[in-house]
Design a protein around this ligand. Structure first.
Ligand SMILES: C[S@@+](CC[C@H](N)C(=O)[O-])C[C@H]1O[C@@H](n2cnc3c(N)ncnc32)[C@H](O)[C@@H]1O
Length: 380
């Protein structure tokens, strides 16, 4: 595992930026690592003590979110973790935006050039109407979210190098997405002519699918124009023949039965429940019979036995597993829902996705553990 002592300096991973920008971000990353490893690392013991104190006062174990707040909010260790998380998130985006703003004309020209280059293609619409739920909040506190800043692809990519630290590691070489894609099953008949990567963001999973299945036609769609433009620029740089299009996952413009495999990595916890339901119906429509849909996201309450089910990264539970409401897990999920610009995460994690898939027309679904992620597989 990367530790504060052995982690590489962030500026060694990034495109050229000025040393003062890079050192600021290096500091922010260091505080985040400290927060995750040292502050959150101390949760287990202090949490057990807090539960014992709660039981003494109330004569019962804590079991609800309200109990979790009553028990944890007053403890400096837990309050510090929340404050540090939010502040470092805000500091990170602010500095990354400032860094890239200085190079805006050059980067916009780079995107324009890539738009007209191959291999592969990109389609986006400058007049695209974003749905209200996209406009209403700033995801992960990123100013302008994925859609409103023309440099959002660059900014988000740089941000992932910091906010995935230290659990996932280097985002420059696409290793995280590649390892996950390579761990995914294929349809049982082995036929994969067309792959769709839903909500492809900066396209790391999309290009990983093309690397894994070079003969397949691979598409990545995302609702945000700056993201698909950046995806295509990356794919052109990598020389990979992949197609990207700006499209809402709940309004797919592909014909029915046109994909063998649809994949989504950390999309669903960012969607309101009615939109989730529409996306599932759309995926069912575009998949061919026997095709599979792979959902790689927060594990959710119905499938994360003994895990931090609000985390997309497998880690041992800090508290005894209680699927009906582990207060620490409720507390952590409530935090990201309210304070990390992920307002739909709580509802997603409380959905029974197997029941939702059934309602969308999928006859079978299962979930499995890749060792680092719990993934849902549905077959049409
Ligand atoms: C966390 S990122 C996804 C990461 C990406 N799948 C990967 O492999 O790295 C979430 C993405 O979902 C996109 N998104 C959000 N709502 C969407 C929707 N309704 N339809 C399509 N894309 C959407 C966002 O623009 C953003 O790029």
């Amino acid at each position: 595992m990367t530790t504060f002592a052995n982690r590489p300096l962030i500026h060694s991973l990034t495109p050229a930026s000025e040393a003062d920008d890079a050192s600021y971000l290096d500091f922010v990353e260091g505080v985040r690592v400290f927060n995750q490893q040292q502050v959150q690392g101390g949760f287990k013991e202090r949490y057990a003590q807090a539960v014992a104190e709660f039981e003494q006062v109330y004569g019962r174990p804590p079991s609800t979110l309200e109990d979790a707040h009553a028990m944890l909010d007053r403890i400096p260790l837990f309050a510090s973790r929340s404050r540090l998380w939010r502040s470092t998130q805000e500091m990170m985006w602010e500095q990354i935006r400032q860094t890239y703003r200085k190079r805006e004309p050059e980067l916009l020209a780079e995107l324009d050039r890539a738009d007209r280059s191959g291999p592969g293609s990109v389609h986006w619409d400058p007049n695209f109407q974003y749905p209200q739920y996209i406009l209403d909040h700033e995801i992960h506190l990123q100013p302008g979210s994925y859609h409103a800043d023309p440099l959002a692809g660059y900014i988000y990519h740089y941000g992932t190098k910091i906010f995935f630290t230290p659990t996932i590691g280097n985002q420059d070489d696409d290793d995280n997405q590649r390892q996950m894609v390579n761990a995914m099953p294929l349809p049982v008949d082995g036929q994969v002519r067309r792959v769709l990567d839903l909500a492809c963001s900066i396209g790391q999973s999309t290009t990983a699918w093309k690397e894994r299945l070079p003969q397949a036609e691979v598409w990545g769609i995302d609702i945000a124009a700056p993201m698909v433009r950046y995806c295509h620029k990356r794919a052109v740089d990598l020389g990979l023949d992949v197609h990207f299009a700006q499209m809402a996952a709940e309004d797919l413009k592909f014909p029915e039965n046109s994909f063998d495999l649809v994949y989504s990595y950390i999309l669903f916890h960012e969607l309101p429940v009615p939109v989730i339901r529409e996306v599932l119906r759309q995926v069912h429509r575009v998949l061919r019979p026997g095709g599979i849909f792979l959902i790689n996201d927060f594990a959710g309450k119905t499938m994360a036995e003994g895990r931090m089910w609000s985390s997309s990264v497998a880690q041992p539970s800090a508290a005894p597993a209680d699927r009906t409401g582990d207060p620490l897990q409720l507390w952590l999920l409530d935090f990201i829902t309210k304070h990390n610009g992920e307002p739909f995460a709580w509802d997603y994690c409380h959905l029974d996705m197997h029941a939702e898939l059934r309602a969308a027309g999928f006859p079978t679904s299962r979930h499995f553990d890749t060792g680092r992620q719990i993934v849902i597989e549905a077959t049409k």
